[in-house]
Design a protein around this ligand. Structure first.
Ligand code: NAD
Ligand SMILES: O=C(O)C(=O)C[C@@H](O)[C@H](O)[C@H](O)COP(=O)(O)O
Ligand code: ZN
Length: 363
């Protein structure tokens, strides 16, 4: 059984969710495609091999690029390496890139496709929960720079997304948990039923083969489809998908990317909730609901100081938040909640309030 959500942007495309769907890659490619570059990482060779074999059987010229694991894939050097592969193999505008992996692979490979010849087709085969519900859907692609997270990138919609739930069987539990942060984010900003499902049975939400996780995937993809269908380039509404990311991205960057993205976003949502509470927007009950929901699936809800004082830990995080893409000039802008599924923006909170929210999340 598969479920299909159509993303209604420009050239609409489908996100297919089900078991065994990664074999469908050849069907998603345009007529006349000759060459395909399969971008993946060595740990995922079994999935990439299967995708490559299917493309080969379909008569395509298959090229492979293995990139470093996790966040170390999202660098300019690795991107240049992909451009070299595409150039040496003579990729033209009718050829395609296929990304098989987590969000780091789809962000990097998606950006290679966006930039090669100013844009060639890309198909995503996400293999983490996080990439299925978020990174592979909606067209944001990019890499990090020394100054910050995702600072270089492009909007580049895929031709299609194949979420093969069977791949989640091999995903380490910590990565499954991290993916749930982006699912829960979707619940807080747009779909309260997601929160109820997790609260009713957190363990079921962590069962990669079970019906609850599948419903959560379908619901979160539906949230993303609605939002990006209305505002692909983040002129306004799409910002709600960035809930928790202002502080979350700062944690990632300051840690040298030793934090998982989802874990950082979990703490970032608690930070945003505390900020909204001190601004009188959000009740303490909803702030506590953040903590209890996230903790129930094993996500972090506080920022460990690791022996530093808050005076030492705060300045680099504050500086990193200044490079958030939602900022305008010197004004920080946060996605904040007035209630569940009632997102708003909090603009230019004063330094005292920013710091108070930090003190509320250290642990
Ligand atoms: N473009 C977007 O809209 C968007 C949205 C959310 C997150 N992101 C980005 O996504 C990235 C995080 O993605 P992620 O959480 O998928 O991390 P990831 O890509 O680093 O994958 C996490 C780990 O899981 C391993 N893995 C992947 N699939 C596996 C499988 N099926 N079995 C076993 N191991 C597997 C990977 O090798 C890696 O070690 C971040 O860089 C974040 O900025 C982008
Ligand atoms: O799709 C979006 O829009 C998001 O903001 C989704 C986020 O979960 C994701 O991490 C995204 O990459 C963050 O984007 P950025 O613009 O803050 O780099
Ligand atoms: Zn994210």
């Amino acid at each position: 059984m598969t479920a299909t959500t159509t993303i209604a942007v420009g050239r609409a495309y489908d996100v297919v969710i089900g078991h065994g769907v990664l074999d469908r890659v050849p069907r998603l490619l345009r007529e006349g495609v000759l060459r395909v570059l399969v971008v993946s990482t060595p740990a995922l060779a079994a999935y990439a091999d299967r995708v490559a074999a299917g493309l080969d059987e379909a008569g395509l010229q298959v090229h492979r690029a293995d990139v470093p694991d996790a966040e170390s894939a999202k660098t300019a050097d690795v991107l240049v390496g992909l451009w070299s592969r595409l150039g040496q193999a003579g990729f033209t505008r009718s050829d395609a890139v296929v990304c098989v992996g987590g969000g780091t692979v789809t962000d990097l490979g998606g950006f290679a496709a966006a930039s090669w010849l100013r844009g060639v087709d890309v198909v995503h085969v996400p293999t983490t929960l996080l990439a299925m519900v978020d990174a592979a859907v909606g067209g944001k692609t990019g890499i990090n720079t020394a100054e910050g997270k995702n600072l270089v990138g492009a909007f580049h919609e895929p031709r299609g997304v194949l979420c093969d739930l069977s791949t989640l069987a091999s995903l380490p539990r910590a990565d499954l948990v991290a993916g749930l942060a982006e699912v829960i984010k979707g619940g807080f900003v747009a779909d309260p039923r997601i929160l109820e499902l997790v609260e009713t049975d957190p363990q079921a939400a962590l069962d990669a083969a079970g019906p609850v996780l599948r419903e959560l995937v379908e619901r979160k993809v539906a949230v993303k489809a609605r939002v990006v269908g209305a505002d692909l380039k983040e002129s306004s509404l799409r910002e709600i998908l960035n809930y928790g990311h202002t502080f979350g991205h700062a944690i990632e960057q300051v840690s040298g990317y030793s934090w998982r993205h989802g874990d950082a976003v979990a703490v970032g949502m608690v930070y945003a909730a505390e900020l909204a509470r001190t601004a009188g927007l959000l009740t303490p009950e909803v702030v506590e609901r953040h903590r209890s929901l996230l903790a129930s699936v094993g996500l972090p809800t506080s920022y460990p100081l690791g022996g530093r004082s808050t005076d030492e830990a705060w300045p680099p995080l504050r500086a990193a938040m200044g490079r958030d893409k939602k900022s305008r000039g010197a004004t920080l802008r946060f996605v904040a909640l007035e209630d569940v599924a009632r997102p708003t923006r909090l603009e230019g909170p004063d330094e005292e309030r920013l710091r108070a929210a930090f003190e509320a999340v250290v642990g």
